[in-house]
Design a protein around this ligand. Structure first.
Ligand code: GSH
Length: 318
């Protein structure tokens, strides 16, 4: 992981200077797309979306005209990694999310947990009026504690189950995953959000895994004790977030399903992509507002509707 802080020090916050490169399929990258939108940083930090299907040079800009990212002029994200370090730049792979310095074309960071925190903290001068505080000082310890359990057992837990190559490892991951989901379901019975009365980093980190759960992890990763839709509070909580501007409008089930089912051929060698589940279930009433709380804090407001699609329309969409 390249862990330069973005928005400070060597890489100061400067509107127009950086491009966030993300895949709509990737749960780690999805976090940064949500936070950029909640913070209203669209004009300050542009967004490049890669093809959900990597080739042998990894993430590529094949959805863009001519297969070239219009801002960076790159065909492949690896070019930014190699611009930073021509020798060892791609030794540890090429991953999203990535923040790229536009003038030099160099990768700044791919340190996903810190990208969202930086967008919340270092970019405050450029955030929209009404932007929420996602990582408030007084709640940091509790957010970190909740997010740590979620990371090991849920965010990463689904991957541990899905990529397990022994029965014992799979069962260990599966057991920890559902024990954690049970605990979260319990926690969310009488509180609208994971920590405090408003949306925080903790909710964003959990949401991006929940959004992929029934569409991908339940079948493809064998996380199938039950579907998300069979949890009580957790499913209502996920729908509440989905229906909040900045969350559902950044979910792309087409990219999500094609990425996992077509790229991870050790798990799904036929590359057949399932048609279900019906995403309209995400739009059903959740009644979570009855628990109180306010999504963006007492003075916060929702981000404006997205002006258009987040991604370029690739050949498959036309
Ligand atoms: N960069 C992160 C993880 C982010 C991540 O795993 N992103 C995935 C996509 S969900 C990725 O880009 N993997 C590289 C690849 O698939 O080639 C890390 O250091 O662990």
């Amino acid at each position: 992981m390249v862990a330069s802080p973005s928005g400070s020090g060597e890489w100061p916050a400067e509107p127009g200077r950086y491009r966030l490169v993300a895949s709509l399929a990737c749960p780690w990258a999805h976090r940064s797309i949500i936070v950029r939108r909640l913070m209203g940083l669209e004009d300050a930090i542009s967004l490049g979306i890669v093809d959900p299907l990597q080739d042998d040079r990894s993430w590529r800009f094949s959805l863009d005209d001519g297969g070239v990212d219009p801002v960076l002029g790159y065909h492949y994200l690896e070019e930014a990694y190699l611009a930073r370090d021509p020798v060892d730049g791609i030794e540890n792979g090429v991953s999203v999310p990535a923040i790229v310095d536009v003038p030099s074309g160099r990768l700044v960071t791919n340190d996903f947990p810190n990208i969202t925190i930086d967008l919340g903290r270092e970019w405050s001068a450029y955030q929209r009026a009404g932007a929420p505080t996602l990582y408030p000082d007084e709640l940091r310890d509790e957010i970190d504690e909740v997010a740590d359990g979620v990371f090991h057992d849920v965010n990463n837990g689904v991957y541990k189950a899905g990529f397990a190559t022994s029965q014992a490892r799979y069962e260990e991951a599966y057991t920890a995953l559902f024990a954690r989901l049970d605990a979260l379901d319990e926690r969310l019975q009488d509180r609208r959000y994971l920590v405090g009365d408003h949306i925080t980093e903790a909710d964003i980190r959990l949401f991006t895994t929940l959004a992929r759960f029934d569409a991908v992890y339940h079948g493809h990763f064998k996380a199938n004790r039950q579907k998300l839709a069979e949890f009580d509070a957790l499913w209502a909580y996920a729908r509440d977030l989905y229906q909040t501007p900045g969350f559902g409008d950044t979910v792309d089930f087409d990219h999500i399903k094609r990425h996992y089912y077509m790229v991870q051929t050790t798990i799904n060698p036929t590359q057949v992509v399932p048609l279900g589940p019906d995403p309209s279930a995400w739009l059903t009433r959740h009644h979570r507002e009855e628990l109180g709380g306010s999504p963006f804090g007492p003075d916060g407001t929702p981000p404006a509707p997205l002006p258009g699609p987040l991604r370029p329309l690739g050949p498959i969409d036309m």
